[in-house]
Design a protein around this ligand. Structure first.
Ligand SMILES: Nc1nc2c(ncn2[C@@H]2O[C@H](COP(=O)(O)OP(=O)(O)OP(=O)(O)O)[C@@H](O)[C@H]2O)c(=O)[nH]1
Ligand SMILES: [Mg+2]
Length: 643
């Protein structure tokens, strides 16, 4: 990925060097456009980056920069920006866009050129922003994107005529096709503006109703002159929406989609998981057979292979989950689900606007928390941030999957697999907990405003197989990088803390009990004993704060080091099933529904709320809830005889 950060503008440099530097500096180009018109797809195509592209409004919420070269050798520094309906920003992400294209952002020079991206199938809406951008007096090129869709729908746009009317170049593009930006590159090559380091125009007053009417009339005129609409508009989306947005059938379809997703996570992943497990077993066996007993063998077998291997096995399940998430994101279904759930969410004081940030949190709470920038109202945004970590992130999947595989029989119940149902129940528990917490905030937050949900419904599209494959590859890379990076590092550290100091002479228990980690585990144990956790669990929860999957790795290592038999590493499931009661396992699952979040989540919350207050509240709140939930689960399970 060619991400580079913009150097701060050199205000204090001597003038002579500034001129030289400026003539050699890259051309600064910013992508401006309505949400979901294909800016990021175009950005990726031009710069070779892999920023997130999805079929709903509000995917990009921060500025991203990438570079590429024009045929003449000139470097372009391209900025991808959050989508905006107008330059009168309503939400935090639109503000970023407004400030950058008007030169109001500190340390960010005004772009030399704007590429205003428009969706050719939605010109009535998109042209307004073009007219607004023209008033900024920055040179611009219009990219008429989605021309493939327009053609399919029978919409004919006369680009030359539009260009003549607007007085700026208008080039057709197809951002999802390999050569879809060739015309745009040629236009940039031909229309390089002089690099004069523009100064921003003074901020204009927000447009009055008269301005809006004027713009609207101008759009009408342009449409009449340059665009030919099909005689009979296609109504495919409408008929699909009659079912998918139906207050009853819509919910039934949503429930079925989710059910299928969790079934698939368990039933499709079995054989690739077995294959990975076999590989790890073979490796662990080889290390044990070919290396002399000693610290190095223990580090490799008990620390690295047992720990990292325990997490690696879950790659197939994570990829299946993402296959569904990516396909849903690309289909255009997600904002519809937001509408369906708007009423339910309204009951607890949330709006449908929170749906997409919350859904993104299923992948990871960090992008979910950033996606709340699209929520205009601060209090709504804050509540969404506070409940986002309750959505089950993909790092929790290995923990759930391990415990489910160890304790829940793989029985069929009708069409369904019991393990898949339990997994679904855990996700639902997270969602219900989040709704409950939002409701509690509503009770303490005073009056509730009723804000109607206004969101653009994107056109339905079949997910593009190439994009899906790329997306999965990206997820696999992220996961493997975590495994090879933070997880490996924490595991080596944990192995050290669990192996030293060595057991004293004549000790009777497993050596790990005398180690630093063992002592720490014993220290925490009294707090966790009432909820059924032993010291091995206590040890693994601490490194789990760095990355949640580490809890699984840590159990792998802790049991490998504390067990008498040395092949614990590759058989963690049966060891757990043997040494824990069902009540303990259920309590640990309940703990992880609330799972005190990882450090990166807290850092993201700090950044979005500008201080440590909310991250601190979050830690206390989630630890408290996790403890109470585990306690209740443990006691009920014991009472029902699951001890
Ligand atoms: N068929 C077709 N689909 C496109 C084209 N350009 C983008 N898309 C799809 O349109 C959707 C939106 O693309 P993005 O690049 O995420 O849009 P964006 O303008 O960055 O959206 P925000 O970040 O939300 O403002 C994705 O599903 C893309 O795959 C195009 O030229 N043709
Ligand atoms: Mg985008």
């Amino acid at each position: 990925m060619k991400q580079v950060s913009e150097p701060a503008s050199g205000a204090s440099r001597p003038v002579a060097t500034q001129v030289v530097a400026d003539s050699a500096r890259p051309l600064r180009v910013a992508l401006l456009g309505n949400p979901n018109c294909g800016k990021t797809a175009l950005f990726n195509l031009l710069t070779g980056s892999r920023q997130k592209v999805a079929n709903y409004a509000g995917v990009t919420v921060e500025r991203k920069e990438g570079r590429f070269e024009l045929p003449g050798g000139r470097t372009v520094a391209l900025l991808d920006l959050p989508g905006a309906y107008s330059l009168n920003a309503l939400s935090a992400d639109e503000e970023i866009t407004r400030d950058i294209v008007t030169g109001r952002r500190a340390g960010e020079p005004l772009p030399d050129l704007l590429v205003v991206v428009v969706d050719a199938t939605k010109l009535r809406l998109n042209l307004r922003l073009v007219l607004e951008a023209q008033r900024l007096r920055v040179p611009m090129v219009v990219a008429l994107n989605m021309t493939d869709m327009a053609e399919r729908l029978g919409i004919r746009v006369d680009a030359e005529r539009l260009s003549a009317e607007l007085g700026v170049p208008v080039v057709p593009t197809v951002a999802v096709r390999g050569d879809g930006a060739r015309g745009l590159v040629q236009a940039l090559q031909a229309h390089q503006p002089p690099l004069i380091g523009r100064t921003p125009e003074p901020a204009a007053a927000p447009p009055g109703i008269a301005d809006v009417m004027l713009t609207q009339r101008e759009v009408q005129r342009l449409l009449a002159d340059c665009v030919q609409m099909p005689a009979r508009p296609l109504a495919r989306d409408d008929s699909v929406d009659r079912v998918l947005l139906h207050p009853f059938w819509g919910l039934v379809v949503l429930a079925l989609v989710l059910l299928l997703m969790f079934q698939a996570v368990f039933s499709w992943a079995a054989w690739p998981m077995d294959a990975i497990q076999a590989g790890i077993d073979a490796l662990a066996g080889a290390v044990r057979n070919h290396m002399a007993e000693g610290p190095l063998r223990s580090l490799l077998a008990d620390g690295i292979i047992a720990g990292v291997g325990a997490v690696l096995v879950f790659l197939p399940q994570i990829l299946i989950l993402f296959l569904f998430i990516l396909a849903l994101e690309d289909s255009g279904y997600l904002p519809r689900a937001a509408f369906l759930l708007d009423r339910v969410m309204g009951r607890v004081g949330l709006s449908g606007r929170s749906f997409i940030p919350l859904l993104s949190s299923f992948a990871c709470a960090v992008p979910g928390i950033m996606a709340t920038r699209t929520i205009t109202h601060w209090r709504d945004r804050l509540v969404t941030i506070m409940i986002a970590p309750l959505m089950t992130c993909s790092a929790r999947l290995p923990v759930y999957a391990l415990l489910i595989a160890a304790f829940i029989p793989a029985r069929k119940i009708g069409l369904f697999n019991l393990q898949g149902l339990v997994l679904l129940a855990l996700y639902v528990a997270g969602i219900l907990a989040a709704l409950g917490l939002a409701w509690a905030y509503r009770l303490t937050g005073g009056q509730v405003r009723v804000t109607p949900l206004i969101m653009e419904l994107p056109t339905y599209r079949w997910p593009n197989p190439r994009e899906l494959a790329f997306g999965l590859w990206e997820r696999a890379r992220i996961f493997l990088r975590r495994v090879g990076g933070i997880i490996l590092a924490v595991m080596v550290l944990l192995w050290f803390l669990s192996s030293y100091p060595a057991a004293p002479q004549g000790a009777t228990g497993a050596p790990i009990q005398y180690s630093y980690a063992g002592q720490l585990g014993r220290l925490i144990e009294p707090v966790l004993a009432p909820i059924g956790f032993n010291w091995q669990i206590a040890i693994s929860l601490v490194p789990g704060m760095a990355a949640r999957e580490v809890a699984v790795s840590a159990l792998g290592t802790v049991y490998a080091l504390s067990g008498a038999e040395s092949d614990v590493a590759d058989k963690l499931q049966p060891v757990l099933a043997h040494s824990w009661s069902l009540a303990t396992a259920l309590a640990l699952l309940a703990w992880f529904v609330f799972a005190p979040q990882c450090v990166s989540t807290l850092v993201a919350v700090r950044r979005e709320t500008n201080g440590w207050r909310y991250p601190l509240i979050m830690v206390v709140q989630l630890f408290g809830l996790a403890w109470v939930a585990a306690f209740i689960t443990y006691r009920i399970a014991l009472a029902l005889g699951a001890g």
